[in-house]
Design a protein around this ligand. Structure first.
Ligand code: GAP
Length: 459
């Protein structure tokens, strides 16, 4: 069942997934902090991605580059000139909006429109601000976040926080090639923060000014680009299935010619039905040889690849770029996992149960150990069980409130198994293991608990 954003944001805050940033100072608009469960969820996503696309493949290697790069990188890549959004300002309130978003809200389909066409459409539609005021002439607004290095805030010291991780893969192309001796096709992967001075951030962690990306620049021969593009499209779709996102909520949308980024000759978006509408989750682009050529020209560094078998087989590789937003993945995973249902209570009634049905491997907590009472020797037995399980699975230990309330709490954070230690456990050396999804309870000998769990987690 699809949830609302309010429900998700409230659960995320209450349970420690995601908090409003700097909240004790009144927050900072659209800044969010990942709490203890949020970081586990996010790390599970990033680790699974790295495992799948870097460790399990011989044709992809990773890097971790500096966030601040030489500004010449952004000049060469075209970002300083072209990484822009159309901006309009309310003449009265001076609030700023994205022109494309305002047009869409007013029923104008902006797909594939150039800046000039949007400006024309705004005039025709006599577009007003959401407050009903006149708008100033639309401008192009550069999204690069500027800062200064060193003690003097001079133009000469201006640098930019990277707006994508991608450029570091191009800039390091030669070094990676020389040190890893990979053959085409091969890719460079990176996970890291990116920054954009978004005009209208919003929708929780969907659009923020600081976010994380997982990107791969995959270097191919020009003649192979279409085959490689299709292969990456399938790989991205398989990834979505494996993180528990229902195919029916994912839509592949081809970009129109005018809509594509300045570097791309083919781009598709993988859109997801978020609670606030269908929006971009991931992207896949064919960037041609645009970036390597641009850096070759600007830096003077030779970016050709020479086949180890034939010195005459020399060319500037073309690039397929699959890109994944980490925070949007977290949001899509939370929205997909969220379920509300009627569940039976101990006294034969029913109550509302909220349960996050993450795939088991993705759940931030895998096993909760719940002693029925804080009293000894139950507590020591439960602590011993925790000691046995914790090296293998991320555990939570909870001895407060009624067992029913504790189960509900674990359901709300998506814990696949609860292990309850009761007074009978002292005599029969068995515990009750409850499954999050079926709520079925099994009585399991303590000596067999670990293999029981490993079998269910398939590890
Ligand atoms: N290197 C290509 C590139 O950066 P993009 O479509 O601009 O392409 C890639 O960004 C992904 O990064 C998006 O598909 C989205 O998941 C994520 N992303 C982009 N802007 C974002 C923002 N302001 N907040 C959160 N995630 C964002």
């Amino acid at each position: 069942m699809m949830t609302t954003m309010d429900e998700l944001i409230s659960l995320a805050k209450q349970r420690g997934f995601i908090f409003p940033g700097s909240e004790i100072y009144g927050g900072l608009a659209n800044a969010w902090d990942y709490g203890p469960l949020g970081i586990e969820l996010k790390n599970n996503i990033k680790q699974a991605w790295w495992q799948r696309f870097v460790h399990e493949r011989q044709d992809i290697v990773g890097i971790d580059a500096a966030l601040i790069m030489n500004p010449k990188v952004w000049e060469a890549s075209g970002h300083l000139a072209n990484f822009t959004d159309p901006l309009v300002e309310d003449k009265v309130t001076h609030e700023r909006f994205r022109l494309d978003h305002l047009l869409e809200e007013n029923g104008v389909d902006v797909t594939g429109m150039s800046f000039e066409e949007m400006r024309g459409a705004a005039t025709i539609a006599k577009l007003k601000s959401p407050a009903g005021n006149e708008l100033a002439e639309a401008k192009v607004f550069n999204l690069m976040l500027k800062t200064f290095l060193g003690p003097a805030e001079a133009q000469a010291n201006t640098v930019y926080l990277r707006p994508e991780t991608a450029q570091a893969m191009f800039v390091n192309f030669k070094q990676v090639l020389a040190t890893t001796r990979r053959r085409i096709p091969f890719g460079i992967a990176q996970i890291g923060k990116a920054f954009r001075n978004e005009i209208t951030p919003g929708n929780f962690i969907f659009r923020t000014r600081e976010f994380e990306q997982m990107e791969i620049e995959y270097f191919v021969r020009e003649e192979d680009w279409q085959t490689q593009f299709e292969a990456w499209l399938s790989a991205m779709q398989q990834w979505l299935k494996d993180i528990g996102i229902d195919e029916k909520n994912v839509h592949v949308r081809e970009h129109g010619e005018k809509e594509r980024a300045h570097y791309s000759t083919r781009t598709v978006d993988m859109e997801y039905d978020f609670p606030f509408g269908r929006k971009e989750l991931y992207g896949l682009s064919y960037r041609g040889d645009y970036d390597l050529k641009a850096h070759m020209q600007a830096s003077g560094e030779d970016m050709h690849y020479t086949s180890p078998d034939n010195p005459d087989d020399k060319f500037v590789p073309h690039v397929i770029e699959p890109t994944w937003g980490v925070d949007r993945t977290v949001l899509a995973v939370l929205a997909s996992a969220y379920h509300e249902e009627e569940a039976p209570t101990a006294d034969g009634k029913t109550e509302k149960r909220v349960v996050l049905r993450f795939p088991y491997w993705l759940a931030p907590v895998k096993v909760a150990v719940l002693p029925l009472s804080k009293k000894e020797p139950l507590q020591t037995l439960a602590a011993d069980i925790l000691k046995t399980v914790a090296p293998h699975f991320v555990c939570d230990y909870d001895e407060t409130q009624s067992i029913g309330k504790r189960y509900r709490r674990q359901d709300e954070i998506g814990t696949p198994f609860c292990v309850t230690v009761d007074f009978d456990s002292l005599d029969d050396q068995q515990v009750t293991v409850r499954n999050r999804d079926t709520m079925q309870q099994d009585r399991v000998p303590i000596s067999e608990l670990l293999p029981y769990l490993k079998e269910r987690f398939n590890v």
